[in-house]
Design a protein around this ligand. Sequence first.
Ligand code: URA
Length: 200
Amino acid sequence: MKKTLITVLRNRNTSVEQYRIAADQLATVLAIECDALFQKTTFDVDTPITRTQGVGYKQKPVLVPILRSGLVLLPPFMRFHPAAAIGFIGTRRDEKTAIPELYYSKLPPFNHDNPILLLDPMIATGGSAALAIKILKSAGAIEKQITLISFIGSREGIARLQKECPDLGLVVAQVDEGLNDQKWIVPGLGDFGDRYFGTL
Ligand code: URA
């Protein structure tokens, strides 16, 4: 299913409507897959008939989309974790140098037991994610509590993150060959945010 949805996103002829449907579906698939990341606890639950054993989450996650494309991943994660705390990190990359800079950060309080899910559909150079991880760490997070959730990552960007952040968790639907001279992912899908939000 992930491959068919990525194919719809890759296709330059996909309409905005089809693009949004496929992106929302892929985000939901990843939100379900990420369930394995969360520690569970068992407890007794009373049904209308009898008492039985139930399962619940041990800790509340913290969801942190990287603006603006990360917002697309937020709704399904919020739906499955309605009590999650939510923070935002805004980075933009200089179109010439592709070096990211921070323009916004608003994080909720968290402790080391909260899994932090950093949401960004595209990992190109890995620069924005590395900057966001730095911001989370300066707010008190430790690397091993952070998992980056993404649709497509370039080999180069993933290798960089694995080297710079060896304890970071990574959930990536598709690994792509590389980057072109302008640091776009190849084969990629173009500008994810522009295609999703219709700002091409
Ligand atoms: N961001 C995108 O949306 N696409 C890329 O190829 C790289 C970064």
